[in-house]
Each structure stands twice: as C-alpha cells, then as structure tokens.
Design a protein around this ligand. Structure first.
Ligand SMILES: O=C(O)C1=C[C@@H](OP(=O)(O)O)[C@@H](O)[C@H](O)C1
Ligand SMILES: C=C(OP(=O)(O)O)C(=O)O
Length: 402
C-alpha cells in the first residue's frame, strides 16, 4: 500500500501511548521460557515480538521468524542449549542474507551442534539442541551486539554459567548493558570488566513481575515530527528517565534541533523551542536505529550532518546507508555515504510528491513520514512499519491536527 501524505500545515499536538520496547520484550520472552515464574507487562505488539513469542510457544520443527533479527540471533543460542529438540530456524529472504557465523562459531566452540541449511554463514540453520557444559567463549564484538546478547541470555541456564571474552571494538554497547540489566533484575549475578563478561548460573528465580518500558526507537519519529514543526507539542507514554534503552539518548540529541523533553509521572512531553540550527556531528555506534530518523530530520531542517559509527547499518533490514542515500537524493539532497558514515550538506529545498521506497525496512517508512510537515510525500509499502510499530500510522496521523 502506498501511503499518500498531504503537506500538513497545521499543528502537531496530542497524546500517544506507544507499546513496549521490542528489544526489552524479546529478551524477557527468552528469559520467561527459562523461568516461567517471570510475568511480563506492556510487551511490544510488534511483528518481531509476536514471531518470537510464537516460536517459543510452539513445538514445530520448522521455526520461521520472518524479518526479526533479534529473534533469529536469540533463538539460535536458545535452541542450541535445548536438549533433545531439533529445529530448522529460518527467516525472510533478507534474514537469509544477514550474517550469523560469528554467533554460530562461538556456539560451536561451546559444543553446540549447528549446521547451515543453505548458504554457509547465513540462516536457515539446523540446530540440534545439546547439553552445553563448556564455560568460556570468545566472540567478536564489532559486527552486531545481538550475538553477544544471545549468549548472555542463554548463559544463566548453563550448568556453570559462562565467561564471554569480547574481541574488537564492541558495538551497540547499550543493548548489551540492557541484557545485563534485565538479567540483574531477575537475580542473575554478572560482571563486566574490560573485555570479559561473567554470568553466574541460575537454575531458578523468585516470582517476578516486570513492566516493559515503551519503545524509545518508536518515539524517535515523534521527536522528528516536533523538530520539523513550527510549534509542536506531543506527550508520549510510558517512559522513564533511567531507561535501559540506549535510544533514550534522543532526549539529548534532539536538543540540537530545539526539541525539549519534559518528564512527568510516566510520560514525556516533547516541545519545540526556538533554537539556532547548527550543523550536526554525531557518532551513532551506541544508537544505530536512530540514524535514519536523525538524517531525515537534518534534511528536513536544511542542516548539514556528519553521522559516524554506522558500520552496522549495512546488515540490518536493508543496507540502510544505500537506502538513505537513494531516497534522500530523490528528494534533492546532496549526500554521500561510506561503509560506516553519512554526510549531508545543508540544503534549502525539498522535492514534492516523491514516492519513497522502503526496502522492507520499517524504519525507512517511519523516518521519512515526518517530511509531510514540509512537502506532500508518498511512502511505498507503508505496512512495513509493523515490524516494530504496529500502530504507527494511526498514532502518527492522530497528532497531525487542524
Ligand atoms: O539487541 C537488540 O535488541 C538490538 C541491537 C541492535 O543491533 P546491532 O547490535 O546489530 O547493532 C539494534 O540495531 C537492533 O534494532 C536491536
Ligand atoms: C535492526 C533492527 O532490528 P533487527 O536487527 O532485530 O531485525 C531494527 O529494529 O531497526
């Protein structure tokens, strides 16, 4: 479906209740499988979380997680340690081109029985669950933190826990810290010193209820809307100041665009203030999922940006660097990208009525939508948003008023 967005010249106002963080939900669902006395509230209603929940509930041999990267990586480790279960773990065409050998090699070194069904190094995988009783593993940390989180989530269920030695410059670090914090929340002992993470075994936990905070990556599209508005004000729930999600860095990043965040009870209110717009230089290796939102905000505001730390973008839902370049160029941007950075020059005009391609990537659709505050724009395959944010279009349209 093509979503045709008229040029919105009215106000941005309203309240939106965003569903739970997909990253927290997916970790907690894996943990709940190991510890059934863990109860969860405000789980994400995203496709990725639904696919993971279904995979964990069922007992089928063929498990298909579609486009869900975290589900693919977390389940690879999870199934590797499920004795007497054999599964074929697969996903969408794109998933079959997202690398997984770093995780598979680490699991094999622990004794796991995993083989590639098609292309070496990529899903689908055949996993024959086994007792894993090795205690130490070494893994490269500079390609995807999801491989490390996958090992961490498996670790408390192993007879002796696990020591994980990280090599290279570790990327997307807040996601690893999120995994550790959630383990800590359910009483798992851990430490992270230099390049060594140690997880103690935990055969069972005490009854525990965890309420998932709403998704900060989803909130980014409202930050962009407010930034591009003349006088926007939007309230989002449920959020807290001390978030486990690295993308809560939005609070600081969007000050640059004149967006102030006010925390009250369990809500945040974003409000536009007058500010001098200056070029932006930012390393996003801690918050890769914000890259598209921020690049489009800069373009919409006509300011230059140099975004670095983007080396993980090429292996996400699509090659996000190429996708951003292609679509921003159609809109008139002067942009260049490398393997790990994006450079946008200041501009003053935006081409109208452009059809934005989304490349099976939810974040392409959601990142470009706020440009409707500047020009009429069309978003192709608009339903892709459900990968992480099922209600996106309804919520987005609800804050466009008058
Ligand atoms: O662990 C997680 O929940 C995630 C980690 C990040 O991936 P990388 O570590 O591959 O950058 C992020 O992009 C993804 O959306 C979610
Ligand atoms: C990269 C993402 O997800 P995943 O890697 O889990 O597919 C994302 O949601 O932007």
């Amino acid at each position: 479906m093509i979503k045709k967005l008229a040029h919105h010249t009215g106000r941005i106002a309203g309240k939106v209740n965003i569903s739970g963080s997909k990253s927290e939900s997916n970790r907690l669902l894996i943990l709940q499988s190991a510890f059934p006395n863990l109860s969860l509230k405000n789980l994400s209603n995203s496709d990725d979380t639904r696919y993971l929940a279904k995979a964990l509930k069922g007992n089928e041999k063929l498990v298909d997680i579609s486009h869900a990267g975290t589900a693919m990586r977390f389940l690879t480790a999870f199934f590797a340690a499920q004795q007497e279960r054999e599964v074929i773990l697969t996903g969408s065409q794109r998933m079959q081109n997202r690398p997984i050998s770093i995780l598979v090699d680490a699991l094999r070194s622990l004794g796991a029985d995993i083989s590639y069904e098609k292309k070496e190094g990529y899903p689908p995988l055949k996993i024959r669950g086994k007792k894993i009783d090795e205690t130490r593993v070494r893994i490269q940390g500079n390609v995807s933190s999801q491989y490390i989180s996958a090992l961490l989530l498996m670790a408390p269920g192993l007879p002796h826990g696990l020591e994980i030695e990280l090599t290279g410059k570790v990327t997307s670090v807040p996601y690893i810290k999120m995994t550790l914090a959630l383990l800590g929340d359910i009483g798992v002992a851990y430490s992270w010193e230099d390049n060594l993470i140690t997880i103690a075994p935990k055969p069972q936990i005490q009854d525990r209820v965890i309420t998932v905070e709403s998704d900060w990556s989803s909130a980014s599209y409202f930050y962009s809307l407010v930034a591009l508005s003349e006088a926007g004000k939007v309230t989002l729930s449920s959020y807290k100041k001390n978030s486990l999600q690295g993308d809560s860095s939005l609070v600081d990043i969007y000050k640059h665009f004149g967006v102030r965040t006010y925390f009250e009870n369990d809500s945040i209110t974003l409000e536009k203030e007058k500010t001098q717009l200056l070029p932006l230089e930012l390393d996003l290796s801690d918050s890769p999922d914000l890259a598209q939102t921020i690049a489009v905000s800069c373009f919409g505001l006509g300011i230059a940006c140099d975004l670095t730390g983007l080396h993980t973008l090429k292996i996400k839902e699509t090659d996000r660097l190429v996708a951003l370049q292609q679509e921003l160029e159609k809109l008139g941007a002067d942009i260049s990208v490398t393997e790990k950075s994006l450079h946008l020059k200041a501009g003053s005009s935006i081409n109208k009525d452009i059809l934005i391609k989304t490349y099976d990537d939810h974040r392409m659709a959601m990142a470009f939508a706020p440009l409707a505050l500047k020009v009429p724009i069309q978003i192709d395959d608009a339903e892709v948003v459900s990968k992480s944010y099922t209600d996106f279009w309804a919520d987005f349209e609800s804050v466009l008023v008058d």
